[in-house]
Design a protein around this ligand. Structure first.
Ligand code: OGA
Ligand code: NI
Length: 307
């Protein structure tokens, strides 16, 4: 696999030529890899450092305090989870983040500044995701639907997943987060250290943690909107081996509203006399959460594919 694509965001605003070349690069990236790096994304370093700092402090709290936020209900607004299943080990905290005013009161109270710093990061990353979504819609050439979907995206749900991976030795290799695709339209990922790996066919490709970059992953619902042209990327995360520091990551998942049905864009799923080229049934984020809770073995995307 060649080097992964890097999108330089300000080029979207420089001149029409620069813009169309970035849009084309986004199209290729989403089609070939379901992934790209974004640099010069406009989120200040300080905001990023603070978000990682308060996230690390949260995971260092006594287990009893964190477990007050534990729940088996996958729809819960705030959910702490300590996952230990064979080779997989990570702690995560899932937070709903948009509209922020609505959810902020459910976020952890400690450490101090947690809500403030994480709130600032979540707003910044949300702004970025809206810009990225606009560019992605343009890259799909969805003229008729762009405005309509853009509005729904702006009113959509944002979920932060904060992950903590304890270091482990070479001999006791843990994988961290198991292979999965994200149930989002896009996910913007921030990592404190490298560890994200994406599916490379036979092997896993280590994603470098380029300085000042954030990682953008195509989620299942963007695969659906694009009628399969963009691929939701299979990925996993590994902790740092033999390193004494805990690896942290903050995934920001961007969806439409929880009950909004996502379908292949009509322009990409043409109906003709010979039938329809539509590859997926409509589904909402709630359908996915129900699928998660059901314990069904097949991946969600398999359940919505039209054969
Ligand atoms: C996730 C995820 C990757 C990482 O939370 O969905 O894929 O690097 N995290 O922690
Ligand atoms: Ni993920």
């Amino acid at each position: 696999m060649a080097d992964l694509p890097i999108i330089n965001l300000p080029l979207l605003h420089r001149d029409p030529l620069a813009k169309s070349s970035v849009i084309k690069k986004i199209r290729d990236a989403c089609h070939r890899y379901g992934f790209f790096h974004v640099v010069d994304h406009g989120i200040p370093d300080r905001v990023i450092e603070d978000a990682l700092k308060v996230s690390g402090e949260f995971f260092e709290l006594p287990m009893a305090e964190k477990e007050e936020l534990a729940s088996d209900d996958v729809c819960k607004e705030v959910r702490f989870c300590k996952l230990e299943m064979g080779e997989f080990a990570r702690d995560f905290l899932k937070l709903y983040a948009n509209p922020l005013d609505h959810f902020l009161a459910s976020w952890p109270r400690s450490p101090p500044y947690y809500r403030e710093k994480m709130g600032i990061y979540s707003k910044e990353v949300r702004k970025l995701s809206i810009e990225l979504f606009g560019a992605i819609m343009e890259s799909l050439k969805l003229d008729n639907q762009t405005n309509h979907l853009q509005k729904k995206f702006e009113q959509g749900l944002q979920t932060l997943v904060l992950n903590s991976y304890a270091p482990c030795s070479e001999s006791d290799k843990k994988i961290g987060a198991p292979p999965h695709t994200d149930h989002s339209i896009i996910t913007v990922l921030l990592q404190s250290a490298p560890g994200l790996e994406i599916d490379n066919g036979e092997t896993w490709k280590n994603v470098p943690n380029l300085k000042g970059s954030l990682q953008v992953l195509v989620g299942v619902h963007l695969e659906v909107i694009s009628n399969g042209f963009y691929k939701s990327v299979l990925h996993r995360a590994i902790p740092s081996f033999g390193d004494s520091t805990t690896r942290l990551s903050i995934a920001s998942l961007h969806n439409l509203a929880i009950d909004e049905v996502v379908e292949p864009a009509a322009e990409l799923a043409i109906d003709s006399e010979d039938g329809s080229s539509r590859m997926y049934k409509g589904s909402s984020l709630r359908d996915y959460l129900k699928h998660l809770a059901s314990g069904e073995k097949r991946g969600f995307i398999e359940t919505i594919k039209i054969n």
